[in-house]
Ligand binder design. Structure first.
Ligand code: TIU
Length: 224
């Protein structure tokens, strides 16, 4: 009898793991710029405290992947100091004095290398984990992410991070179009808008997983 394939209890139906070498954890933008006061998220008028609640869950997932030696990638939204990779259309949407590149309490807002652009300390990448800086919302736009995943032999992505309907959903759609099977971990993602998070979870798994699957972290951890 062949052993039963490992499955994650997911919606709209179980997510079958292709194998230990095929799956990666993709942690999207768990940066001070989005989770702490004085960063980009706050400059856009958001209550950033909502996002902090997922930090322990993301940490549990990181620990589980680390213990098993499975690949982990961390994305980081940010721009070069000269803002050569920031379209004026993106910069101009911020309030004057609080735009991308302006100086805030954690350094220049959404600029790579600034203190506020770094990961929250609890979720700092460990040596050997890939960090993917990205100028856009999607992690495949102007990054080498696709090639890096292919080099690793990864065909399935478990997604965590912020914000659910912006960078996480954009990345999930980009990955889905590139042939990756994607599962969004429900309690390891958060939005400034609870209704947008709920709608995103519903829409990605609708129509027989049109964009992908969703599952709670406990189901992911049980399957690993
Ligand atoms: N504003 C907002 O909800 N999100 C972003 O600008 N970036 C990410 O989602 N990372």
């Amino acid at each position: 009898m062949t052993p039963r394939a490992l499955e994650i209890a997911a919606r709209p139906h179980p997510f079958r793991l292709a194998g230990p070498d095929s799956v990666a954890l993709l942690v999207i933008d768990m940066q001070r710029d989005f989770l702490e006061p004085g960063g980009f998220g706050a400059a856009l008028g958001n209550d950033v405290r909502r996002l902090q609640r997922i930090v322990p869950t993301v940490r549990l997932l990181l620990d589980a992947f680390r213990e098993r030696g499975l690949p982990i990638l961390h994305t980081k939204e940010g721009h070069r100091p000269a803002l050569s990779d920031c379209p004026p259309a993106k910069r101009n949407r911020g309030a004057p004095g609080m735009r991308i590149g302006d100086v805030g309490p954690m350094g220049r807002i959404l600029v790579l290398g600034e203190p506020g652009n770094d990961f929250v300390p609890e979720l700092a990448p460990a040596p050997g984990e890939l960090v993917v800086p990205k100028p856009g919302k999607g992690a495949f736009y102007r990054t080498g992410l696709d090639a890096r995943l292919q080099a690793l032999g990864v065909s399935q992505l478990l997604l965590a991070g912020v914000t659910t309907e912006v960078c996480v959903q954009t990345t999930m759609r980009e990955a889905n179009d590139r042939g990756y099977e994607c599962l969004l971990i429900e309690d390891a993602t958060e939005s400034y808008f609870p209704e947008f998070k709920a709608a995103t979870l519903e829409m990605v798994r609708a129509q027989g997983a049109i964009v992908g699957w969703t599952a709670p972290a406990t189901a992911v951890l049980a399957a690993l």
